[in-house]
Design a protein around this ligand. Structure first.
Ligand code: ME8
Length: 521
């Protein structure tokens, strides 16, 4: 079967500081998407990594008395370690100090220099040091001359740099937005960009001279490549697109263009305007979608170390220890800021959601069904048929219900509506609870003439739970794996449509009682 490619990327993370909930969140979203696309038998490439050059890293290193490379090594290793820890299944972890990356960035910049889209010029504007970004007079005024990210004053600054003629791409970018209404999602973010695109586009620096920790400009030693240009290229250098004679290119060129660049809202301009214009200049295809989620805030306020509401790895660990890694993943993916509003991380909400969704729904239903099979049939799965005919129950056409849930799940996952996809699986489980309440197997168990019905009810419950467990697998992989092992279900193999089809559980197979999500107070 010919597989389709799916390429999903996270931003690459700055190594001037340690990872926090924001980084874990974006990467987990991509992980859920990547896992679901693998289940759907697509050929997936999931990229993450670290952004290691620039003033911020240079200055942090000076403060700590280490070299920028040493600082980058320490923090990049910590970012890499969160991948294993949070069960994030990235296929590659790129570092912008990797020689494969730097070599290709120089090659791309050389092509830009030769294309006529780059010139040496002087620019004066309002500079956000933390974000390494220039603002025009209008946008600086709107921001009250302070950084929207860290609140520090913008600095009036003038620089002689190489500039990319973003202004020459004004019409093409406008066309891109017009012709592809889903190029930027969600729609509210797209509208923000459309608003900004009404102003004349300013050319953007691609080189800097005020620091040295960066990739040297191939044609002018006084300049290093601007960290944002260096960083954006990671999405294609990881695939070897800048070195067409490499093995990496031969193996990975098929993944471009990306299906999704998943990012936070604060870096959307770079990804949805500057990056496409650079790709247009290089004559390369554009990513299919840039999806910008909103921010986690904490206990009602912007996260800040000085306010004491910062969600760092240590705090995350305390949740993982108390509730399990899967519970952590479930909470951030279903309650996180995927849409246009920020999401508030509140300890009480975590506990409530854990109890309602994981303990009372997934945990309770799986333990209820496996316990009844143990009690009434010694843990042996019965057939759902009698005299060659399926026993059915009024109002519950399970094969059809499951089929439509699987269809909805697939569509939502493909569209990166992860919360909706997960909800379609949770609905199945709630319906199993309803089925149990309506058919009352515990009553049938008292009547020997009803053994066939009882066996059929429990078969159907277990089979729906098995199917739901495959659909929930991308978000809570360990627990769902534990469940499928306990019910002797086959592993999720290469043919999704067969594995997920009704009838996967064979009668005669054995089932152990499970307790997936213990109650926590
Ligand atoms: O911007 N809530 O790196 P970075 C949710 N190196 N997500 C958050 C968040 C929050 N409160 N805070 C951060 C950079 N994030 C550049 C990117 S890409 C070519 C270069 C997440 O370490 C979110 O994904 O500051 C955001 O875009 C990213 O972390 C920024 O990470």
């Amino acid at each position: 079967m010919l597989k389709e490619q799916r390429y999903v990327t996270t931003p690459i993370y700055y190594v001037n500081d340690r990872p926090h909930i924001g980084h874990v969140y974006t990467t987990t979203l991509c992980d859920v998407y990547a896992r679901s696309m693998r289940h759907l038998n697509h050929d997936v490439f999931f990229l993450t990594g670290t952004d290691e050059h620039g003033v911020k890293v240079e200055q942090s290193a000076i403060k700590k008395g280490v070299s920028p490379q040493e600082l980058a090594d320490i923090h990049s290793a910590e970012f890499r370690s969160i991948m294993g820890k949070f069960e994030l299944t990235n296929d590659e972890f790129i570092r912008t100090t990797d020689s494969e990356h730097t070599k290709q960035v120089q090659a791309f910049v050389k092509t830009l220099l030769d294309s006529g889209d780059v010139y040496l010029g002087t620019f004066e504007g309002w500079y956000d040091e933390g974000q390494e970004e220039y603002h025009t007079e209008t946008s600086a005024r709107e921001l009250d001359y302070t950084s929207p990210i860290n609140g520090k004053p913008l600095i009036r600054s003038s620089e002689k740099n190489y500039y990319f003629k973003l202004s020459a791409y004004q019409d093409k970018i406008a066309e891109l937005f017009e012709n592809n209404p889903t190029f930027v999602r969600p729609e509210s973010r797209r509208n923000e960009m459309l608003g900004r695109l009404k102003e004349d586009l300013l050319d953007v620096p691609i080189s800097r001279t005020n620091f040295s920790w960066g990739i040297p400009l191939p044609t002018d030693e006084e300049h290093v490549i601007y960290v944002w240009i260096d960083a954006l290229f990671n999405y294609i250098t990881a695939l070897g697109l800048g070195d067409t004679s490499s093995d990496i290119f031969a193996k990975r060129k098929k993944y471009w263009p990306a299906s999704y660049h998943i990012i936070g809202k604060e870096i959307l301009w770079f990804h949805s305007v500057i990056w496409p214009a650079v790709l247009m200049s290089l004559d390369l295809p554009l990513p299919k979608c840039v999806f910008a989620h909103s921010f986690w805030i904490s206990e009602g306020k912007k996260m800040s170390k000085s306010m004491g509401n910062f969600i760092d790895l240590e705090l995350i660990d305390s949740y993982v220890d108390k509730y399990s890694m899967d519970a952590w993943r479930y909470y951030i993916v279903t309650q996180g800021p995927l849409g246009s509003s920020d999401a508030d991380f509140v300890a009480e909400n975590f506990q409530d959601l854990y109890n309602a969704h994981l303990v009372n729904t997934v945990g309770n239903c799986t333990s209820r069904v496996t316990a009844m099979l143990g009690k009434y049939f010694d843990g042996v799965v019965q057939t759902e048929s009698q005299n060659g005919k399926r026993i059915t129950f009024d109002g519950f056409d399970w094969p059809t219900t499951c089929e439509s849930a699987i269809g909805a799940w697939s569509l939502h996952m493909e569209a990166f509506a992860l919360d909706k996809a997960i909800e379609s699986a949770m609905c199945l489980i709630r319906e199993v609870d309803l089925f149990i309440n309506e058919t009352a197997p515990f009553k049938l168990a008292k009547d020997e003439t009803k053994t066939a019905e009882l066996g059929a009810i429990l078969y159907q419950c277990l089979e729906v739970l098995r199917i739901a467990s495959i659909l929930l697998d991308p978000v809570i992989p360990s627990k769902m794996n534990e469940f499928r092992t306990a019910i002797s279900a086959q592993t999720i193999n290469d043919t999704f449509s067969e594995t997920i089809a009704w009838g996967g559980i064979k009668n005669g197979s054995t089932v152990e009682k499970v307790a997936l999500f213990p109650r926590v107070s």
